[in-house]
Design a protein around this ligand. Sequence first.
Ligand SMILES: *Cc1c(COP(=O)(O)O)cnc(C)c1O
Length: 413
Amino acid sequence: MKSSELFDTAKTLIPGGVSSPVRAIKPYPFYTKNAKGSRIYTEDGAELIDCCLGYGPLILGHCNPVVKAAIEEAAAAGWLFGTPTEKEIELAKIITGDHPSIDMCRFVSSGSEATMAAIRLARGYTGKKDIIKIEGGFHGAHDGVLIQAGSGATTTGVPDSAGVIPEIVSHTAQVPYNDIEGLEGLISKNNDIAAFILEPVMGNIGPILPEKDYLTEVRKITAENDVLLILDEVICGYRLGIGGAQVMYGVKPDITTLGKIAGGGLPMGIFGGRRDIMELVSPAGPVYQAGTFSGNPLSLSAGIATLKHIHENRDLYGRLDGLTKIIHESLPAGYRDSFVRLGSMFKLFFRESPPRNYIEAKQSDTEKFGRFWTGMLKEGIFIPPAQFETNFLSSAHTGEDIEKISEAYNRCL
Ligand SMILES: *Cc1c(COP(=O)(O)O)cnc(C)c1O
């Protein structure tokens, strides 16, 4: 197998053989040669139906011709100028037009950068030090959010990575998802909280869905206590619909972070929000933020092409929702209850009921999941190689793909 040999070499040159840890599938990951539509083609000659889609960005599938043409056209004009371009204005108009909460936005190169900047901005705006995040919630790989998930609302400050110093994470508190009382408790005990950051729908451990009124309550409590609400919609943005989860659930955050789909599959992060907050970002204001590749013309072009295509084909969301419903309904009876789906996000949890939070998700049978994952790959279906990653569909998935996915589920389960 060519992949196995490539991985052996990679391990001698790159830590763990990979450029991001989730890719280190055991015993070795398959290497991708190319991809098109709903399919990935491996270096070992396999053709796979892709339900990972780059961990979310590729809502139009691989190599969408419209996006490809936009990237090619942009590349022909040059790919880095170190000056503003008109494309920044074009994408900013789309983003602000689609999100009632976003008056202004800034482009960066990854979701991690966006959440890092959003947290700094919240601290700069409020003059307060601490932040609250959801237990087990993922916002990228920077120090202030790499906190171990512990046992409930009082946990603060145990780094989740070597090299993160306790002093930094001591300013980050965690609360379980869907726990309003826990959030109230934390906020009532501490008046130095700058922001509460959360994924409105937990995509990184899920999907885990917000319970009725959870997000509205979150908005109410944060507003009443002068805590900024940062909705991290790096996955949900344009995945659940135009305007993301905030439009779907009718909540208006102070700051939003976007990425993934908004960059059309090229590196992208965006943070945006209320004008009075955003005007604190340098050089308009004192909160420093900068990047050589920020707003690069290729990412902007891929993002613009993707979002325009979505605007012109809004019915894709309804169609994708129908497709995950077909998969759900095709499952053997014992598994339907713990299959969670929202639009084109879906996941089978190997436990009895859908989890409400991280701790419950962690009770899933990961060993069973591992065997299931391997079986699915043999059936020609690539789902993310972790029980705790969301599976996705794209507009390139066909009815026939869905039939194959459903059949594979049934055989593997
Ligand atoms: C992927 C993701 C990030 C990090 O984005 P990168 O582009 O990988 O840095 C942040 N927040 C959420 C919710 C994400 O899903």
